[in-house]
Design a protein. Structure first.
Length: 167
């Protein structure tokens, strides 16, 4: 029964983030039991364990709070943000992992570009003083204001003014 409970919790998590293979980062298509852990995996990585049959989730006792999806958008350059902030603080990956009570491999995967789960993303935000979740793309500022269209009358006025200055 604990595996089904984990599946249900993960199914709710999957609504917030894209489905990625937890081993290689490709698109996850199924769940597999690998070394006593249920993971979302791709076709290739599913051969490393046994497939887990997904059963419909049972209704939770209390409704889960709704989070607006725009609040959970991950910054597109999260890997560079994490690595830069860690290096700026003079921390090694091992020191950061120990500080966060996470595995070194989890920090390495994030810095290589594999999406962190929500909990790890929040830990990294707090520890490094960065913002990864809640990213909002901002429109670039306009460099130049659009000039009004030039008419033939404008060209004629310029020519007349030049002739007056020369003549």
């Amino acid at each position: 029964m604990p595996i089904l409970k984990k599946l249900h919790q993960r199914r709710i998590y999957d609504e917030w983030f894209d489905m990625e293979c937890e081993l290689c980062g490709r698109e996850a298509v199924r769940r597999a039991l690998i070394e006593e852990t249920v993971l979302r995996v791709c076709e290739r990585c599913s051969t490393l364990g046994t497939a887990v049959a997904e059963q419909p989730p049972q209704k939770p006792a209390a409704p889960l709070p709704e989070k607006p999806p725009e609040e959970l958008v991950l910054h597109p350059q999260f890997a560079q943000l994490v690595k830069g902030a860690r290096e700026q603080r003079g921390l090694t990956r091992q020191q950061l992992a120990t500080q966060l009570n996470e595995k070194l491999s989890a920090i390495e995967r994030v810095e290589r570009g594999m999406r962190p789960d929500k909990q790890l993303a929040r830990k990294l935000e707090r520890a490094l003083g960065i913002r990864m979740l809640g990213y909002e793309a901002k429109a670039p500022p306009a460099l130049h204001q659009k000039q009004p269209d030039i008419t033939l009358g404008d060209v004629a006025d310029v020519k007349v003014k030049k002739q007056r200055k020369l003549g």
